[in-house]
Ligand binder design. Structure first.
Ligand code: BGC
Length: 252
C-alpha cells in the first residue's frame, strides 16, 4: 500500500459537459486536500480528447494512487453504456481502462449523479438520513441517485422519465432554463411537475436538489409543491469529486 492510500487521500475527477474538475480528497472527512483544478471539457468530447484532459488533471497533482472518476452516463464495470450529453462515441467505451492506461493509476468510474449523491449522503444534505432519499441534479441534463437507508441503487436514470411525451431533461434541466431564458417561476413549474412524478413513483422521504442552480434554491423552491421534504445540496460543485474519490476508496 502506498502512503497515499494509508492517508485515505484519493484523487476525484468529475467529468462534465463543460468542465473536467479534479482535486485530492480525504475520504474520511470529505475535505479537498489541495485546491481544485478545472479544465474546459474539449469539444467534441471524444474518448481520446477527454482522456488527454483527464491525464492532465492527474499530472497537475503528480498523482500516483487511486483515482475516482465520474461520467455523465450509465457506467457498469467501468464501461459507459449511455451518452446523452457527451460524445456518442463513448458508448461501450471502457473508460476505466482508458483513464488507467493514460495515468498509470487504478481508476474507478461511476455515474456523475451517483457520485454527487454519495457525497451528499455522507457529508452534506443527506447526512444521517434513512429511508428513501432521491438526489436530483439539475444541470446540463438531469441526473439522479436513489438511496434506501443510505445504500445506493446505482445507475437510475430518472432524468429521462417521459412526461407529456417529452424526455424530462429536455424540459426541466438547468440548461433548458438558460437556453430558453425562462424565469425561475416558469421553469420551476416544469420542475414541480417532474418532482411530482418522482414522488408518485418512488415516494421518497427526502429529495435533495443538486447542480449549480441549487445555489439559487431560494429563487425556485418557493414554487415547488412536492409532498416529500425538499432540500438543496450543500456540497455543490465539489460533490462529484468527493463522491468519486469515496467510491474509489471502497466506500459503498
Ligand atoms: C444522463 C445521466 C447523467 C445526467 C447528469 C443524463 O442525461 O443520462 O446518466 O447522470 O445526465 O449528467
Amino acid at each position: 500500500m502506498t502512503a497515499v492510500t494509508d492517508n485515505q487521500v484519493v484523487l476525484g475527477i468529475d467529468i462534465g459537459g463543460s468542465g473536467v474538475k479534479g482535486a485530492p480528497v480525504d475520504t474520511t472527512t470529505g475535505q479537498l486536500t489541495a485546491e481544485r483544478i478545472r479544465i474546459d471539457t474539449p469539444q467534441p468530447a471524444t474518448p481520446k480528447a477527454v482522456t488527454k484532459v483527464f491525464a492532465d488533471v492527474a499530472g497537475h497533482f503528480a498523482w500516483r494512487g487511486p483515482i475516482g472518476a465520474t461520467m455523465p452516463g450509465v457506467v457498469k464495470q467501468g464501461v459507459l453504456l449511455t451518452a446523452a450529453n457527451i460524445d456518442k462515441s463513448w458508448i461501450d467505451t471502457d473508460a476505466a481502462k482508458l483513464f488507467g492506461e493514460a495515468t498509470g493509476c487504478p481508476v474507478t468510474v461511476l455515474n456523475d449523479a451517483d457520485a454527487a449523491g454519495i457525497a451528499e449522503m455522507h457529508f452534506g444534505a443527506g447526512k444521517g438520513r434513512r429511508g428513501v432519499v432521491v438526489m436530483i441534479t439539475l444541470g446540463t441534463g438531469i441526473g439522479c441517485a436513489v438511496f434506501n437507508d443510505g445504500v445506493l441503487l446505482p445507475n437510475t436514470e430518472l432524468g429521462h422519465l417521459e412526461i407529456n411525451g417529452h424526455d424530462a431533461e429536455s424540459r426541466a434541466s438547468a440548461r433548458v432554463r438558460e437556453e430558453h431564458d425562462l424565469s425561475f417561476r416558469r421553469w420551476a413549474r416544469r420542475v414541480d411537475v417532474y418532482l411530482d412524478r418522482i414522488d408518485a413513483l418512488l415516494w421518497p422521504d427526502l429529495i435533495i436538489i443538486g447542480g449549480g442552480v441549487s445555489r439559487k434554491a431560494h429563487k425556485f423552491f418557493p414554487y415547488l409543491s412536492t409532498r416529500a421534504e425538499l432540500v438543496a445540496a450543500t456540497l455543490q460543485n465539489e460533490a462529484g469529486i468527493v463522491g468519486a474519490a469515496m467510491m474509489a476508496d471502497g466506500h459503498p
